[in-house]
Each structure stands twice: as C-alpha cells, then as structure tokens.
Design a protein around this ligand. Sequence first.
Ligand SMILES: [Zn+2]
Length: 412
Amino acid sequence: MNCHLVAVIAFLAGSWLLHTLSAILDVLRAPPRVPPEFADVFDPPAYARGLAYRRASARLSVIADTCGTGLLLAAILLGGFAWLDRAVRALGLSPLPTGLCYLGAVALAASLSGLPFDAWRTFGVEARFGFNKTTVATFVRDRLVGLALSVLLGAPLVAGVLLLLDRAGSAAWLWCWALVTLFSLGVTYVAPTWILPLFNTFTPLEEGRLRRAIETFARRAEFEVGGIFVVDGSRRSTKSNAFFTGLGRRKRIALFDTLVRDHAEAEIVAVLAHEVGHAKCGHIRKGLAGSVLRTGLLFFLMSLFLDSPGLSEAFGMAQPTAYAGLVFFLLLYTPISLLLGVAANWISRRREFEADRFSARTTGDPAALASALKRLSVTNLSDLTPHPLTVWLEYGHPPVLARLRALAEFAK
Ligand SMILES: [Zn+2]
C-alpha cells in the first residue's frame, strides 16, 4: 500500500479518535451538582438543562465527525477524487478553469456533507434548548450569501494560487504566501464595513447612560474607540457575546443586543474593557502575525509534497496536478494543522487572561467582569467543567471557572 495513503488514513482516523475521545470524556466529567462557585447563578433545574445540552451537543459533534470522516475515507478508498478529476477533465476546459472546477466541486461536496448537521444543530439541538431564533429563511439565506462570497472572493484567490504554482517555479510557495497574506489582510480590513453587514445589522450604540459610561472608560484607558455598535445577534440566537473586528480606522467593537439588554451597565463596561484589552495588549496584531506565519509554513511544506507522484498515486490519479495535489496535501497536513490549532488555542487562552486583567485593572471593578462571565455562562449554558483534553484541543477561551479564579486572585 502507498505510504502517503497509509499516512492520510492514519491521520484522519487519529484525528477522529482524538475528537471522539474528548467529547466522551467531557460528558463523563460533568459533576451531577452545581459547582459551588456557580451556586448563586445556576439553580438545579438550569444546571440540569446545561448538562443535557452538553450531552446533546457532544452527541451531535460525534455523529457529524464520524459521518464526515467516514465519507472522506470512502471517497479516498473508492477512488472518488480520481473519478471527479476524470469528470472535470471531460468538460474539455483549459487548465486553469479545470483546476477551479475541481477545487470548487471538492469544496461544495465538503460543505454539502456538513449541511444536514448544521441544520440539525440549529433547528434540533439549539432549538430544543431554547437558543435558536434562526428561521429557515435566514438559515438558507446565510448559506447562499456564504456560497456567493466563497465564489466571489475564493475563486480569484485560488486562481491566483494555481497560476503561481504553474508559473513561478521553485519560488511559487513564497509568492503564494504573499498573495494569501495580502488577501487576508484586505478581507480583515474590509470585513466590518462590507462583509459582516451582509449577515447582521450593526447599529451605533445610542446616546445615553451606557454610551457615556463607555466613553468615560475609553478616556480613562486612553483608547480611541473607532465605533461602538450593537449587533442584532438575537436574530439567530439568544446566546450573548461581544467582539472586536477590523483594523486601523475600521476597527469596531460590537456588543450583542442580548448583552446590552440583559446585563447591568458595569458588567457591559467590564466586557467591553476586556475587548479593548485585546487591542491595547496588541493581541489583534500578534494574532495576525501568527496566522501569517502559519500560512507561510503551510505553503513551504506544500512545496515539498506537491509534485510528489506518490501523493497523487495514493488517490488513484493517473497524473499529478497542482489542483488535486493541493487537496491531497491538505489531508496530509491534518496532524500539523491540529497541533498548530492546539498551540494557537493555548496562546489565545493566555491572552484571554491578559484581557481579563486589563479589564479588572482599568475599570477597577473585577467583580463586575466576574459577574458578567457568570451570567453569560447561564445565558449560553456554558460547559462549566470541561475536560482538560477538550480544553487543550478546542478552547480558545479558558474555562469560566479558571477565569473567575484568576479574577478573584487579582482582586486580592
Ligand atoms: Zn477575549
């Protein structure tokens, strides 16, 4: 058996096993009673509902992951990738459109295979626990807008990468890296004004006490607020959040309408101060630099494998092509991408603690952030006691309990 094929199968199976194990361990770890730190916000029925939600989400993730991995393995072992190549070549197009059609078909198949599980999550699990506000029309519209964006933005980018791989010789990986970096910086820059409004309405936070409190805070923290917006998160879910987007002049803070509606002023300022902390501590810049480095590593390693006949043979292809090589390399990249994800999450969790400390220090009110975090964990039925393996694999934020303990430590 081809060694590339053995490696790809082992990597996919290993990744599936790790994620399944994490989901099972996480469900088993849940204590039957409310942890004492949350006794003031979770009553026993709400806590029981949280446990049921945790089980239902884990079950769905395992089923979706199992079906996805199973389908992918079947496509590999039954020669699906080579069959698709023959079908696309039969169209008789020139090389570039042939490559675009091939990659477009692979991307479409991947996203269609996940669609039933997306629908199940939204209208099954999330609806059963009272989170879902998405209508079928919004769900369909979101997918169609997403598809249109992938075609409009993704196709020219992929075409650029394929052209460079074809023409730029041994330096192609460097050019591809530069192209993808420029492209993602551009998208990050325009996202708040052009892309995010396609999915949500951003309304400037109205004049009033909350706005004045935020402005007072911003002056004290010496932070220039590009814009404070309320985003209609309630259109899709009752879950609550706040986030920071964009670069330079276009950066803006978005508070979910559910957050503004359900939380006290001091709590909202504390949450916002946490977001400002991310900007002030340079997390946005460092995060971008990290992702640029990851992209470079991806293209460098790809340049080593792309022309390897063994890799194409593993997928039953008669001859190696750059477009199919891209897909096969990404499958081979599974363990590296998993480890890089784990490292990125570890860094992100440290930065969350740093932003929490920034909030506590600048507002002088660590209790307000702690109270906001606790109440958000009820609104979102957060996993209060995730298994360390799950945290290691998936958590970009520290578990709530760890954040509360760090804040209590800070307040001493
Ligand atoms: Zn954060």
